[in-house]
Design a protein around this ligand. Sequence first.
Ligand code: ADP
Ligand code: MG
Length: 468
Amino acid sequence: MSWFRTVGARLSLALLVVVAGVLAFVYLLVVPSLEHRLVGSRQDQAATVAARVAETLGARQNTLSKCDVAIRFAAATNTRVTIFAVNNRSPLLLSDFCDEGAGGSGIEDDAVAERSAETFSPARGVVTRGTLRYAEAAQPAGDNVVLVGSSLEDSFKTVALVKNRVLISALIALVAALLLGLGGARIFANRIRNLERAAERIANGKFDEPIEDSSPDELGQLARAFDRMRLRLAGLEHARREFIANASHELRTPLFSLGGHLELLLDEDLDDSTKREFLGRMREQVDRLTKLAGELLDLSRLDAGRLRVDRDPVDLSHVAELLVEEFEARAQGSDHRLEPEIDGVATGLGDEPRILQVGRALVENALRHTPGGTHVRVRTGRDGERVFLVVEDDGPGIGPEEAVQVFERFYRGDGTGRASGSGLGLAIARELAEHMGGTVELSSIDGWTSFTLALPAVAAAPEPVPVP
Ligand SMILES: Nc1ncnc2c1ncn2[C@@H]1O[C@H](COP(=O)(O)OP(=O)(O)O)[C@@H](O)[C@H]1O
Ligand SMILES: [Mg+2]
């Protein structure tokens, strides 16, 4: 990247432009106005002295000569006081003059005094004599014109000093701006580069290195957002790997078993009953594989957000009846007692096949993960805005540590020793329920377990208004 395109270069240039602009403003506007004010104040001072000289000359009790008055005022005010006698009959002529004070050079031709004499009104201006400049004010006084001059050298020295200082500070400010811009930008550029490297690492699938920037500014906030993204991606990546590992393991087990049985069927000379037994076991494995394939498909659809669920009115009591009917034979086979407990109509909003799927997962678990002799009850109910389908059993129960895990994908408890499922049943049940705007919750104590599917209830139909 060319230097001019870096943040540092841009920042320094921006600072330079701002500083240069401010200094140019000071130099071009403030300095001339300072000069103007200093000259103006000197002229005011000269005009005041001229007015007072004129007043003194005009006073009746004045006994001093013109030149004495000039000398006194010049000494008292540190100015040069000149009094011209004016012959105002024929062409204006400055006839004689009295010149006292600093400098002392003769005045042959003074523009300010002449203007005052011509117009018979006060005049002021700046005149140059040799290399020196003076602020002058003239004031007519009877047959005289009083001219007061005050040296401007001090004022111009002050202005020159200010100019000088402004230039020096300009230089220092420009260098400081440049250094500050470059230094500040370097710090920022380093932090930005850190973030860039972190993004590269994440893009390459390396999530282990944390992104650290504890400062509270926007870059710090960006870094923290990046780190949250890193953790989330790491979690997703971990889940993805685990999912693939678990899914392949789940696929391999029944395939392995199928392959083994096939070998046996092909190789050995088996009697009919053994063959039938093998075929029965193979059928179990095929069922297991089919179920797993269905579950994986559901999960992938859920993950991709492609699973469509309807929100139609469904009577959960009817679903409960169907479930009991469907599982009755199996319950008998495994020595469980399966009972419905239906309390009127409980109509909720959902997708009937999906509600049945959730119910099947719950009933199947209650039959599979509890020992023979266990009671399993399928209940329905309604509570204000929600309707419930509850599957409860009086099996050994699920401990609190296990309870937080049972809804995780591929989690299988090993308590019952009969856990031959894939560990996906409850994970899918919960996600399906959430897609229908409901929940699946577990509550369990020693000797009692209940899983509850809750769905939004359909608002009860309004009471028919009796016709009078
Ligand atoms: N009614 C129940 N009683 C005891 N444990 C249960 C019950 N239902 C579920 N579990 C536990 O929760 C785990 C996860 O269930 P599930 O997700 O359906 O997977 P799977 O049934 O395939 O093992 C089960 O392995 C089991 O340990
Ligand atoms: Mg299950």
